[in-house]
Structure formats: C-alpha cells, structure tokens
Design a protein around this ligand. Structure first.
Ligand code: APR
Length: 170
C-alpha cells in the first residue's frame, strides 16, 4: 500500500473514497465537513439525513462511520466519521487511530483502490497536529486491506503537511 501526504483541498481529490471529519449529527458543519457538503452538493446531505434518522438518537457514535454518495465530487464515495474531541485528561488516541483503521477497512469493503484522509480531529476538535499525524499513520498502517493500493493524506496547510511528512518518515 502506497502512503503519501500532499497539500491540498480534499474535495478535489480524485481517489475512490474521501473520508469526512464529520460530527455525530451528520448534518454538516465547518472545516472539511462544510467544504465537502458545499462542493459535493445537496445529495450528500440528503443521504446523511436519511441515515441519521435511522440511527439510535439520530447520532453516529464517535469512531464509527457511514458511506454516502460523493455527489458532484470527483470521488465515488464519502465515508463520514466523527473523530474524538481532544482531551488533556483522557486519552482518546485509540479512537482516533481506529477512525483511520476502520475507515480504510470500510473503503476496502466498498472495493476502493484509493482513499484520501484529512487530518481528522486536528481542527475544531483540537487535537495537537504532530500527534494527530502520528495516530493517523499508525491507524492506517494497522489496517490489512485487499483492494486499497493508495492512501493519500490531503492536508490543508504547510504545517499539517510537515507534521504528516514527519510521521510518515518515522
Ligand atoms: N481539505 C483538506 N483539509 C481541510 C479542508 C479541506 N477542504 N478544510 C479544512 N481542512 C483541515 C483543517 O485545516 C484541519 O487540519 O481538516 C483538518 C480537520 O479540521 P476540522 O474540519 O475542523 O475537523 P475536526 O477537527 O475533526 O472537527 C470536526 O468540525 O466542522 C466540524 O462538523 C465538523 O463538528 C465537526 C468538527
């Protein structure tokens, strides 16, 4: 499996799957979530709404995921996951790693050959970037897959790109 980190806007990624750093309500938000819904169009939100209405309490547990159409995006599917909120007193890093491991398995189950990830939890959810990058790389490396050949971390700025490049070198 080829792992790489690039700078860019994940909505433009031409991978089969892009992963969305969503929230348990699944109805959109800011950051990468907002960008995906804006660029992908209303079809994604309509599918998220239908899925949410069938979930207990209309909420997706953190660390779990659902797949939808990618609407107008170049990708074929969006896999939505809600990362953990950073806490200085409780270690949620296993949940963050599983966001990558399990999403990669889900993408593999869809038959995807390529998957793009943003830096889950490293924005609004406050996870320190260097550690977010280490957890991301560890999470991806922990997955065994059949179809996925390329995993691309798509980072929005140079600071995030540098953190992921450093984690990939470790
Ligand atoms: N492409 C790639 N990365 C992006 C993009 C984009 N278009 N837009 C933002 N990012 C980056 C941010 O710079 C950050 O490094 O994605 C990373 C994750 O940030 P957030 O989007 O804030 O995600 P997260 O920290 O997981 O917080 C999730 O934010 O918008 C809400 O609905 C979302 O409530 C949820 C929370």
């Amino acid at each position: 499996m080829d792992l790489r980190a690039v700078r860019g806007d994940i909505t433009q990624a031409d991978t089969d799957v892009i992963v969305n750093a969503a929230n348990p309500g699944l109805l959109g938000g800011g950051g990468v979530d907002g960008a995906i819904h804006r660029a992908g169009g209303p079809e994604i939100l309509a599918e998220c709404r239908a899925i949410a209405s069938r979930l207990p309490g209309a909420r997706l547990p953190r660390g779990q995921a659902v797949a939808t159409t990618a609407g107008r995006l170049p990708a074929r599917w969006v896999v939505h996951t809600a990362g953990p909120i950073w806490s200085a007193t409780r270690d949620h890093s296993a949940v963050l790693r599983s966001c990558y491991t399990e999403r990669l398995r889900a993408a593999d189950g869809l038959g995807a050959h390529s998957v793009a990830f943003p830096a889950i939890s490293a924005g609004v959810y406050g996870w320190p970037l260097d550690d977010a990058a280490r957890q991301a790389v560890a999470g991806v490396r922990a997955a065994s897959v059949e179809h996925v050949q390329e995993v691309r971390f798509v980072l929005f700025d140079d600071r995030a790109l540098d953190a992921f490049l450093a984690a990939l070198e470790d």
